[in-house]
Design a protein around this ligand. Structure first.
Ligand code: UD1
Length: 335
């Protein structure tokens, strides 16, 4: 079965390609390589010993995207392609809306034209906005605090409307909590450009000596140690969640959203402690004021994915730290 993966060279996309190939799917990747490198796909092929078909195409490029559909026998799509930085989305909102939303609309249009109506969409726990309590289940009210989050929420709404209008569509929306870690081979992992915004890549860059110290954003939250609590989940577990979702949409129709999280929250200080323990590296840090837009606690109720997709996270926080570190050591300057 041929699966189209948009944004397949990115962090979660590349790990998902590994799992798809290992599960026997044929994989066609569409990526514009704006925030990723072709090297990641070379390594996906090294890890699996299998071949990928790669198109350097932007989802906004209607003509070339159509060619991808006409040249292949695509049966389902996993859609990762999109901009993902909260801070950047506040600076350049028009580009964010255009790229993420128009890109998805063009993709859906081509899917409809070629009668490919099975889609797994890469969403985020950011669609829960400021949740009123934790753990967060899929039925919680949705909202967003920034343009990036709003693009995810709008796309979810668009997909709901598409499925309401045509019952042949089958869509799984996957709401990721905080993916970290890397493939255990140390060949693929997170490769942010510039200064990392997210916690784990910042920690690994401190550990490898590229940055002096970690700034912890807020030590006065109402959490057990005052630092923010998140549901960190190994990227390989996230990737495997896509395979379960794909298997599900292939045999059903309609639209469902699933949380992909572990259900366990760790504070920033607990992540630092676990990282230090498994790597034997000291992470100097300072505690600064809160980062705008951050919430105190965010972790999933993962029961829906467990019950319906028969998926749950298998790797623990130490696996996540160890694997993130292995990728950083093997690739001190990224790909
Ligand atoms: C962030 C985004 C979210 C996005 C997700 C995945 C914001 C406000 N939220 O989530 O929309 O879906 O990434 O890309 O940007 N921290 C530090 N120091 C750092 C970095 C982070 O203390 O240098 C803390 C944060 O305050 C937070 C935790 O570490 O408590 C995790 O932060 P991060 O990795 O950026 O993820 P989120 O903020 O949960």
């Amino acid at each position: 079965m041929e699966i189209l993966v948009t944004g397949g060279a990115g962090y979660i996309g590349s790990h998902t390609c590994v799992e798809l190939l290992n599960s026997g799917y044929k994989v066609i990747v569409v990526d514009n390589f704006f925030n990723s490198k072709p090297e990641s796909l070379k390594r996906v092929q090294e890890i699996t010993g299998k071949h990928l078909k790669i198109y350097e195409v932007d989802t906004l490029d209607e003509v070339t995207l159509e060619k991808v559909f006409s040249e292949n026998n695509i049966e389902a799509v996993i859609h990762f392609a999109g901009f993902k930085s909260v801070g950047e989305s506040l600076q350049i909102p028009i580009l964010y809306y255009h790229n993420n939303i128009t890109g998805t609309l063009i993709l859906c249009e081509k899917m409809k034209k070629y009668n490919v109506k099975k889609l797994v969409f890469s969403s985020s726990a950011t669609v829960y906005g400021m949740p009123k309590s934790v753990p967060i289940s899929e039925s919680f009210p949705l909202s967003a605090n920034n343009p990036y989050g709003r693009t995810k929420l709008m796309i979810e709404t668009i997909l709901q409307d598409i499925c309401a209008a045509d019952k042949q569509w089958s869509v799984a929306i996957l709401r990721y909590f905080n993916p970290i870690g890397a493939h255990e081979s140390g060949k693929i992992g997170e490769d942010p450009s510039g200064t990392p915004n997210n916690l784990m890549p910042f920690i690994t860059q401190v550990a490898v000596g590229k940055r002096e110290k970690l700034s912890i954003f807020g030590g006065d939250y109402d959490t057990h140690d005052g630092t923010g609590v998140r549901d960190y989940i190994h990227v390989v577990d996230i990737a495997k969640g896509h395979i379960r979702a794909l298997e599900r949409i292939i045999k059903t129709s309609g639209i469902e959203a699933y949380n992909l999280g572990t259900g366990i929250g760790y504070s920033v200080l607990e992540v630092v402690k676990n990282f230090q323990k498994v790597t034997n590296k000291k992470i100097p840090y300072v505690i600064l004021k809160r980062r705008r837009g951050d919430i105190a606690e965010c972790y999933a109720d993962p029961i829906k994915a467990k019950t319906i997709l028969k998926w749950s996270a298998e790797k623990n926080i130490q696996d996540m730290c160890r694997d993130a570190w292995r990728f950083q050591v093997n690739n001190p300057n990224g790909y």
